[in-house]
Design a protein around this ligand. Structure first.
Ligand code: NI
Length: 178
């Protein structure tokens, strides 16, 4: 069990397309355990491996009482439309309204390498989509209008100029960040 540092905006790994996982082994399970610890330490509802500096297709979610491990996740069905404010552990203090399908069907492998299918709605569906985006190098700010994104990013960069590209947990984390 270990809490890992979380990479923040500006760290190249967040813009990398993560690699498929070819086999689930103990090293990968250790990574997953650490990701759950890290997500809890930051009070997050989701975390992708890119965010702890590892570009492999692994992500975790803890939302609405549901904990999900996703290895090589894929959305196979999506419908509806839902607009909600999102945040991200990798872009602290930045929030924006993101439109996404309201319901998704996920296919992934669990921590034993077994395939499963999950029908999700609400915050769980949103977190799943947000985390899969991370694995494709996409951040929630990419879903905002170019003007809004530019404003948020330039302000954030100004406020965090010269700071490290990783962060450790602080007590004031909110519960809405992914
Ligand atoms: Ni995020």
């Amino acid at each position: 069990m270990a809490v890992r540092d979380v990479h923040v905006l500006g760290s190249p790994v967040l813009r990398q397309r993560a690699e498929e996982v070819s086999g689930v082994d103990d090293a990968l399970r250790t990574l997953i355990d650490d990701m759950f610890d890290t997500m809890a330490a930051f009070s997050g509802v989701g975390l992708a491996a890119n965010q702890v500096g590892i570009a492999r297709r692994v992500a975790v979610v803890n939302a609405e009482g549901q904990t999900i491990t996703m290895i090589n996740p894929r959305i196979v069905e999506a419908d509806g439309r839902d607009v909600k404010e999102e945040g991200c552990l990798s872009i602290p203090e930045v929030y924006g309204e993101v439109t996404r399908p309201e319901r998704v069907v996920l296919e992934a492998l669990d921590e034993d390498g077994a395939p499963y299918r999950l029908d999700a709605g609400g915050l769980v569906a949103r977190a799943i989509q947000h985390e899969i985006d991370h694995l494709d190098g996409i951040l929630f700010i990419d879903h905002l209008s170019p003007m809004k994104r530019q404003l948020l990013v330039s302000r954030w960069k100004k406020e965090h100029k010269g700071e490290a590209l990783t962060r450790t947990p602080t007590p004031e984390e909110t519960e809405e960040d992914e």
